[in-house]
Design a protein around this ligand. Sequence first.
Ligand code: V47
Length: 500
Amino acid sequence: MDRANSTGNGIGLSASSRGLWGMLIMGLRVKIGRVGRSIQCFTENRTDRLFRRIWGGMTRTGQRLINASGDTMGGLMTKFAARDNNKHSDLALDAVLAKVREGLRLSCEDGLVLYETPDIWSVLGAANSVRRRLHGNVAWYNVNRHLNYTNVCALSCHFCAFHRKRGDDGAYEYTIDEVREEAKKAAAAGATEMHVVGGLHPWHPFEFYTDMLRVIREEAPRVHIKAFTAVEIVHLAKISKRGRDGADGIRSVLEELRAAGLGSLPGGGAEVFDDRIHDEVFKGKIRGDAWMDVHRIAHELGIHTNATMLYGHVEGRMERLRHMELLRSQQDATLLAWAGQQGIATENSQVVLSGPDERYPNLRLPTVDTCDTGYYQTCIPLPFIPDDSKLERLYGPTGLENMRTLAIARLMLDNIPHMKTFWIMQTLPASQLMLEMGGADDIDGTVVWYDITKVEGEGTHQEVTVQDLHRVMRESGLEPAERDTLYRRVTRNDAEWSTC
Ligand code: V47
């Protein structure tokens, strides 16, 4: 790999942006330059003018936008949320918003009402009120590094612009020594997490993967290794001749990886749990049931995992909702015993964590210290980016659809503690809105290199600084809180960090 040196200290800000404001307000797919430029926009009059036009009198004091009554954007949304209890512009929302208020589980049909209502503000307001029940004013971020160790892949999924065959233009493979160097850099930059995923390399032996984990562990012993999607885990079972052993094979692969340094599993590779979509755009990949099996086994072993949903390609909204429903019912089963210990009522074996405060006599949310099993910590809705893929003819979702989908995921996934926006795919300005008013409580992360997707015309160096993230959150009236991979608060003292 020949990459420019990066200290990872985060001076640069070079990711690109799909024009947020245009997309958000008009629902059009408009692309404007870089995140750098977009962030800069926040400090420029142009944005202030735009805000004033949109928000009727919002203005800037220091870093925050306020209206004449001193409301921040977040404050206004909280008012919207309160208002939507009684006054919203679509009567079809009545029953659904009442359920949210009372902490009752939403059905897929409810989800469809939220998708179809023209009153997106009420959807956002409801998601924001749930996010505040769960996390108050806190917005989580982490200092991380992504390592995409190869783009050589045995599969050729239609939605994916990342994969190459060996020898193709742009194909790359990290050596173990290069992985070691990346781990050194991550530790030097104070990262608490390395997120390691790659293509299904046709020739790497199983030992390559355990060696990768070991060298990261050697060079960066404090850095949590979140590695390998469920798709890679199944691949590893195959190449280590455990593919025919079903759940036992997966279990022994996970145990071996854990012994070599694996800390948790990322949420990638889930796409949309639907066989029709699977056969159309990612045939060859494991199906949804196999993806969920890997996560179930990881949870049984006490390994925490995340979940994604790749939307905005050929799936419909109901298929997204069913995907959420499947994740939710798996999480019910996982958390049932823990909920019993906490005195949380579990009608029909459902574990709803997002209701009014009085429902939770002890802990509202599971933590690594209180829950014996692993569980889905966070969901990350991923908007499909068509550029350079075989599905380039598609437009991908608009800004409004992204806001709505994340908000609906927050409302539907009432038992997954966190809702994360991945700014690399959502853009940083859109992620700011999702944190402030759309139901997200978490953002990934400081990043540095990301190869799997990049917005048109951009390189793979995509980085924000901690200061950038703090600014984004504070401007929204939120309290930035650094976390580690397992959602423990991180405190820093110069170069040292610790969790509590
Ligand atoms: O698995 C691939 C998706 C995923 C495209 O667990 C695409 O904390 C959009 O899973 N357009 C990788 N998406 C990213 C991922 C992730 C990211 C951040 C945090 C976490 C976490 C997980 O990206 C892939 C695939 O689903 N993807 N191609 C595309 N063209």
